[in-house]
Write a protein that binds this ligand. Structure first.
Ligand SMILES: *[C@@H]1O[C@H](CO)[C@@H](O)[C@H](O)[C@H]1NC(C)=O
Ligand SMILES: *[C@@H]1O[C@H](CO)[C@@H](O)[C@H](O)[C@H]1NC(C)=O
Ligand SMILES: *[C@@H]1O[C@H](CO)[C@@H](O)[C@H](O)[C@H]1NC(C)=O
Ligand SMILES: *[C@@H]1O[C@H](CO)[C@@H](O)[C@H](O)[C@H]1NC(C)=O
Ligand SMILES: *[C@@H]1O[C@H](CO)[C@@H](O)[C@H](O)[C@H]1NC(C)=O
Length: 275
């Protein structure tokens, strides 16, 4: 068994070597293409010989023949909504050959939604900039940039090769400056799939305005001011009462002196008597 297995493997290995060697000209690796979900893809079916027979593109999708020459045919495959393998087949010298196109669907950024929260802030306080890019895939090629005018505030790149679309969200907290009210905030989403046989898709959100108010007095200040006002009132009242009492006291004092003088006079006469 083991011996047969070994021989089988060797035979397979030799067969692979042999066929690779003899088919070098005809053999072509699959071509990888990336297409936005629901979009069309041009496929150029080119035969390896100059006079191919039965040059066809095999696919269950709708295709249109756009152009045709002896050695090639250009097709447009419409509305590709999931990953597909397209086969281009032809007969060269009585032998059938195929060329494989592997088409991977991606979900480019179609919308870029920017939210400032709150939309009206006092200078010097924090506010949140949130940017949402709905239903994108793969996340790997995506870069989201938050901008104030043309100035870059924040950049985030993503990781993840999941083929199913998902929302990419970037949130950034920053302090409001007085001059922020004179600029537009925006968010830019860029999907770069050039390294994977795709293209470059770039989208920008609608501009958003931030209303910057003068800083509000904080509660501490309000309390301090209230306390100062109360102290001032107490002081004024005190001064007023002092005034009123001093008037009364003055009148009282004249009475007191009258009594006092009387006693002084008495004491004086007594002293005079004793002396
Ligand atoms: C298709 O490919 C062949 C071979 O590469 C090329 O000569 C031809 O110009 C291509 N056709 C179009 C329409 O691009
Ligand atoms: C192909 O196109 C026709 C007409 O444009 C349409 O009725 C049909 O549903 C399409 N087929 C596929 C598989 O998209
Ligand atoms: C594209 O394909 C999707 C899913 O296969 C289908 O629902 C839709 O009707 C197609 N659109 C066109 C214009 O053929
Ligand atoms: C921004 O601030 C909010 C509350 O003000 C907080 O919930 C959120 O986690 C902060 N986000 C970041 C990215 O720091
Ligand atoms: C901000 O955006 C609005 C609307 O697009 C535009 O009218 C305005 O000129 C922009 N302001 C600045 C300072 O770029």
């Amino acid at each position: 068994m083991a011996l047969f297995g070994g021989w089988g493997m060797l035979a397979a290995f030799l067969a692979l070597l042999c066929c690779r060697g003899s088919g070098v000209k005809a053999f072509q690796g699959p071509e990888h293409l990336m297409v936005g979900s629901g979009e069309s893809q041009f496929i150029n079916c080119t035969a390896s010989c100059t006079d191919p027979k039965k040059l066809v593109l095999e696919t269950h999708l709708n295709k249109t023949l756009l152009e045709s020459q002896a050695q090639w045919k250009l097709f447009k495959v419409a509305n590709i909504s999931k990953d597909e393998k397209l086969l281009c087949s032809f007969t060269c010298g009585g032998r059938q050959e195929t060329k494989v196109f592997i088409v991977t669907v991606f979900y480019p950024p179609k919308q870029v939604l920017l939210t400032l929260w709150p939309t009206s802030v006092a200078a010097g306080t924090l506010f949140t900039i949130e940017c949402r890019v709905p239903a994108v895939a793969p996340l790997e090629g995506l870069t989201v940039t938050l901008l104030r005018g043309t100035e870059i505030l924040y950049i985030q790149t993503f990781v993840g090769t999941a083929p199913s679309p998902q929302d990419a969200v970037v949130s950034h907290n920053t302090t409001a400056h007085r001059e922020d009210g004179h600029h537009n905030f925006s968010c830019e989403a860029q999907m770069d799939l050039r390294s994977r046989g795709g293209g470059l898709v770039h989208r920008v959100s609608d501009p958003q305005r931030l209303e910057v108010k003068e800083p509000e007095p904080n509660t501490q200040m309000v309390i301090i001011i209230a306390v100062l006002i109360v102290l001032l009132l107490v002081f004024v009242t005190f001064v007023f009462l002092c005034f009123v009492f001093s008037q009364k006291w003055h009148r009282g004092r004249t009475g007191y002196y009258a009594v006092h003088d009387h006693w002084r006079r008495l004491i004086g006469s007594h002293r005079a008597q004793t002396l």
